[in-house]
Write a protein that binds this ligand. Structure first.
Ligand SMILES: Cc1cc2nc3c(=O)[nH]c(=O)nc-3n(C[C@H](O)[C@H](O)[C@H](O)COP(=O)(O)O)c2cc1C
Length: 186
């Protein structure tokens, strides 16, 4: 069975990312064509990248890197739940991505973003980063608006159509994660 991680990409106290991640996970876990796990980068307490050797060489000197590496390498694909900070993704998520390299390779990813403009610029930012990580990003994406999917810009109350958008994005992530399997087995 394919294993897909839903990665919560913000760590800020009072963040909206955990509510969005749990909502996506509750939709995903009802499927029977893949297994899903909610992965919160906050649980890994990653400092700003502190490995002396570039991640591409896989020579990790810290336990926090080894724990993060073991978690990320166990998946066939990813769904990144990302806020938009200053027209990009969060520094915390970019840092967590930068910590590793081969663990991400030859897998697929989809995005759930949120912000004043539905997080579209954060997703465009992540698509460039994913290309360097050799991750295939799917077209379907979920954009949540602070104006219409959050009550008073605060409490997460997604519009009904958003569930369908999550399903469409997951369909593509699962299909591509499976299709890339021969490359991962080389
Ligand atoms: C540092 C910072 C920068 C932000 N920049 C943007 C932005 O460029 N565009 C946007 O639509 N929203 C922006 N916002 C609003 C965030 O998308 C919104 O606060 C969101 O809830 C942040 O995600 P989080 O709650 O999971 O941390 C910004 C918020 C912060 C804290």
């Amino acid at each position: 069975m394919l294993k897909i991680a839903i990665i919560i990409g913000s760590t800020r106290p009072g963040r909206k990312g955990d509510a969005v991640g749990k909502w996506a996970y509750d939709i995903a876990r009802k499927r029977n064509d893949a297994e899903f796990e909610l992965v919160d980068i906050a649980d890994f307490n990653l400092p700003l990248l502190d490995e002396p050797v570039p991640p591409m060489f896989g020579q990790y000197s810290h336990d926090h890197t080894r724990a993060w590496s073991a978690k990320i390498s166990s998946f066939d694909g990813y769904v990144f739940v990302t806020p938009e900070y200053n027209h990009g993704t969060s520094a915390a998520l970019k840092n967590a991505i930068d910590f590793l390299y081969h663990e991400w390779n030859n897998k697929a990813a989809g995005f759930i973003a949120y912000g004043g403009a539905m997080g579209v610029r954060a997703v465009e930012n992540l698509r460039l980063v994913m290309a360097e990580m050799q991750v295939a990003t799917v077209r379907a994406q979920v954009g949540l608006s602070l104006f219409t999917d959050f009550e008073n810009f605060t409490v997460f109350k997604p519009a009904e159509t958003q569930q369908k958008n999550v399903t469409g994005m997951l369909d593509q992530v699962i299909a591509w994660s499976g299709a890339l399997k021969p490359l991962r087995n080389k």
